[in-house]
Ligand binder design. Structure first.
Ligand SMILES: *Cc1c(COP(=O)(O)O)cnc(C)c1O
Length: 382
């Protein structure tokens, strides 16, 4: 495993292994092989590609390095990574999760887990006393997402870790929105850091990937066993793309975050906009807690329009943002949460949570912010 004495900007570029040990090539090649020769019948470092592959190992080392873990695991998608974390639970266990979270996670927790005999309660994680009250004798784990998606509710990670230690709960955090450069959950005592590598880590909207890392060798051993048994591993080519994306994570994030701040400030003063939710704004509700555990606001914001019929007009008129359910790309992505990222959540639940039909999520890319603003302003006009 590589050197963790380097600073993050260096780590993202050099990662775990910064040149191919066999040839000296400047990038780890795409080891497109399903199995490995066993000289005289015994396996070397690699035996079969589901158990290990040098291209995949590159990103597994990278995420462990960036998050301060002892081992990393790469999966075929963010949901496969979340499934890997949840596979550590067993029938009869009870899980606590935030009320608003990524739509795919919500679907997993409400439809797949109950079929496996694992129950889940949704609790307002911004209220630490409510979390404590929701713990029952069967509770074994806390699933966390902060900032939550798309409403940016902030969970106090240190306080949550305290509760989890008191009751012996496993804590897992979906750290996709912040990336390890802005929030390092393992340092705060969280057991598993989970990422959809599809978003900021990949960064170019051209792959699906998921990552998990932990600082605890016993959890790492169990994750390794489950990864090999379940087999939803990241393919060599996608591992290559992900490693390549991670190399520019820092410069992309710095640029996107600055653009997001500028657009958030301009949206606040636009008359068509009812409210803007962005951790970088002075009036952001969870500001103190967020900046006590994160070093930046990120590059995603949500905003609500006064009238739901303005949404259709905006989606018809904008040219630059891709209108889609995703985030974290170099290109700006505009999401209508109601019908896209959170389509899996029933309307009544969305209403209750405050995910209204006029709510939009903007993942700000690295284009010129003036072009982005002119485009959005045109869509909001009239
Ligand atoms: C996209 C996303 C996921 C799921 O990742 P996939 O790679 O699409 O499976 C999970 N959590 C969050 C916060 C996400 O944005």
């Amino acid at each position: 495993m590589a050197d963790n004495r380097y600073r993050p900007a260096t780590q993202v570029v050099h990662q775990g292994t910064d040149r191919d040990p066999y040839t000296g090539a400047s990038a780890i090649p795409i080891y497109q092989a399903s199995t490995y020769h066993h000289p005289e019948g015994s396996a070397g470092e690699y035996d079969y590609a589901r158990s290990g592959n040098p291209s995949r190992r590159q990103v597994e080392e990278a995420i462990a390095l960036l998050e301060g873990g002892c081992a990393g695991f790469a999966y075929a998608s963010g949901m496969a990574a979340i499934g890997a974390g949840l596979s550590l639970l067993k029938s009869g266990d009870h899980l606590l999760a935030p009320r608003d979270l990524y739509g795919g996670s919500w679907r997993y927790l409400t439809s797949i887990l109950p079929e496996q005999g694992i129950s889940c309660s949704f609790v307002d994680m911004t209220n630490i006393e409510a979390v404590r009250r929701a713990v029952i004798p069967a509770t074994r784990a806390l699933f966390l997402e902060t900032p939550s998606n798309p409403l940016f509710n902030i969970t106090d990670l240190r306080a949550t870790v305290e509760i989890s230690r008191e009751y012996g709960l496993l804590t897992m955090l979906d750290n996709t929105f912040m990336t390890p450069l802005l929030q390092r959950p393992l340092d705060l005592g969280i057991d598993l850091a989970i990422h959809s590598g599809t978003k900021f880590l990949g960064g170019h909207s051209d792959l699906l990937a998921g990552l998990v890392t932990t600082a605890q060798p016993e959890l790492a051993r169990r994750l390794k066993r489950h990864q090999n048994a379940l087999g939803a591993v990241l393919a060599p080519f996608d591992s290559f793309l992900l490693a390549r994306g991670i190399k520019t994570l820092r410069v992309r994030l710095v640029a996107a975050q600055a653009n997001a701040r500028l657009l958030a400030e301009r949206l606040v003063s636009h008359k068509a906009v009812k409210r803007v939710i962005f951790p970088g704004l002075d009036d952001f509700a969870g500001r103190d807690v967020h900046f006590n555990q994160s070093s930046g606001p990120g590059a995603v914001l949500s905003f609500e329009l006064h009238a739901a019929d303005q949404v259709a007009k905006l989606l018809r008129q904008v040219r630059l943002p891709i209108i889609a359910p995703s985030l974290g790309g170099v290109e700006t992505i505009l999401t209508h949460c109601w019908s896209m990222s959170h389509a899996a959540i029933p309307s009544a639940v969305k209403d209750e949570l405050g995910i209204s039909r006029s709510l939009l999520r903007l993942s700000v890319g690295i284009e010129d912010p003036e072009d982005l603003w002119e485009d959005i302003e045109r869509g909001l006009a009239g």
